[in-house]
Write a protein that binds this ligand. Structure first.
Ligand SMILES: CSC[C@H]1O[C@@H](n2cnc3c(O)ncnc32)[C@H](O)[C@@H]1O
Ligand SMILES: [Zn+2]
Length: 439
């Protein structure tokens, strides 16, 4: 018998390792934060003796979800400015509010609120793009979640940095500080083609190659973005990015609602990843992303919530369902994005885009034990003919009961183990009071 840290017996196991196979009455063995075996329960009991054993007789055990685009601290702006188009929302409400309130303490409180919401909803990894990423990093470090943190660049002064050099310098410092961290990686995060100039984008590409990190950017989010680019540069943003050499497997193009067939082909040829944010795109009326066409072209589609100020939650189960439904509605093809594909987009595809697929995104032996348990025997979950269908079309985040990141039990029977929920709530209420008083 081999001594291990953790053995989880699950009614169902959905490893997301390539085939749609579902394992019934299997057990997952974890040692020193890594998955060491996935095998029938009777065999597991014969082979392993575990310090901790969990029985999930009503649950599916599956990889934790990967939220591939967001602005975690913006949870503190949830509901501050609704029902507006992107540019009016940014210029008249969000950027002024950021100028007033965003600093280290704001980002720490907002990130903690976001991490609490994400873990409760089954997200175990998130990709972030926001100011004061050191504050988010501290929250990630102490709460046990996994994250890829953006080295942001936006070509106007903010409370975080005054010019491109300072943004790049602070980004590099973040990367240097966390490059050996077991759960924190970094990415370059130039805000958008309309807020970053050519020379800076070219520099970011050079730096990204040197540091071997991804680049995430809001791209082709709205019709007006395309028109502004044509007015200022005489070309569409993607044509500009192509000339600058940014179309590559490093790029995670976020939103992508306005696309010509040749742009989809260009991105597919270049190996660009897509971060699809269906709820944010709908709420800001930015447009519909042609997900079926991109999926069929072979692009790696991932899913993100965007910030809670434009969503207004961080619910990856909702985003998976919206992804599958919208793809059908937009393409007129009911076979577009079947349930299993939506699950891939929210798990392994996200890990591939972030360059961490060797660590997370599926329940494969050797990977970190990043996983969630979802209860599937209650009124809303029966009968069950198809596990993937059930998870995408009929399950909400309220069914997530447990989450582990690198084997650490960060959500235990719906209770957060590494965050103080009452402090998070009182900090958020305090910030809301301050923000409300000066609006
Ligand atoms: C450079 S930090 C991120 C920056 O982006 C703003 N933002 C949030 N959501 C969106 C969106 O959908 N499109 C463009 N910009 C967005 C956020 O408020 C920060 O200023
Ligand atoms: Zn965004």
């Amino acid at each position: 018998m081999k001594a291990i840290d953790l053995l989880i017996h699950a009614r169902w196991c959905l490893p997301m390792t390539g085939s749609t196979d579902i394992f019934e009455h299997y057990a997952l063995a974890v040692h020193q934060g890594h998955i060491v075996a996935l095998l029938p329960q009777d065999q597991a009991d014969q082979q392993f003796t575990a310090t901790q054993v969990h029985r999930l007789d009503d649950h599916v055990l599956m990889p934790g979800l990967i939220n591939n685009h967001g602005h975690s601290a913006m949870t503190l702006f949830r509901g501050l400015a609704d029902d507006l188009p992107l540019m009016q929302w940014l210029h008249e409400h969000i950027w002024p509010a950021e100028q007033r309130f965003v600093g280290d303490a704001f980002v720490e409180a907002g990130s903690a609120l976001a991490v609490a919401e994400m873990l409760r909803g089954g997200t175990t990894t998130f990709s972030d793009m926001y100011f004061f990423p050191e504050a988010t990093a501290r929250v990630v470090d102490r709460t046990g979640i996994r994250a890829s943190l953006g080295m942001v660049v936006i070509q106007f002064p903010t409370n975080w940095a005054s010019d491109v050099n300072e943004y790049l310098h602070k980004g590099q410092a973040l990367h240097d500080k966390y490059r050996h961290h077991p759960r924190i990686t970094t990415n370059y995060a130039p805000h958008a083609p309309y807020t970053v100039d050519d020379a800076t984008l070219a520099q970011i590409m050079v730096n990204a190659e040197e540091l071997d990190v991804p680049i995430q950017m809001h791209i082709h989010e709205t019709v007006s973005e395309i028109q502004t680019s044509i007015d200022n540069y005489g070309k569409r943003p993607l044509a500009r990015l192509k000339e600058l050499g940014l179309l590559s497997p490093r790029l995670i193009a976020t939103h992508m609602t306005q696309l010509l067939p040749e742009e989809i082909a260009d991105c597919a040829r270049a190996g660009v990843h897509i971060a699809h944010c269906p709820e944010s795109n709908m709420k800001l009326a930015s447009g519909f992303s042609p997900i079926d066409a991109m999926h069929q072209a072979g692009l790696n589609i991932t899913i993100g919530t965007d910030g809670a100020a434009s969503n207004n939650d961080l619910d990856m189960f909702a985003e998976m369902r919206q992804t599958a439904l919208l793809a059908k509605a937009v393409s007129g093809n009911p076979s577009a994005v079947p349930a299993y594909s939506a699950l891939e987009m929210a798990t392994i595809n996200g890990a591939k885009a972030l360059g961490i697929a060797e660590t997370t995104g599926s329940l494969a032996v050797g990977k970190a034990a990043d996983m969630i348990a979802v209860e599937l025997t209650d009124i809303e979950s029966v009968p069950m003919y198809d596990l993937a269908s059930q998870l995408v079309y009929a399950t909400g985040r309220d069914k997530v009961t447990d989450a582990w990141v690198a084997g650490k039990h960060v959500l235990k029977q719906k209770q957060l183990t590494t965050l103080d929920a009452s402090k998070i709530l009182s900090d958020a209420q305090q910030w809301a009071k301050t923000i409300k008083a000066s609006s």
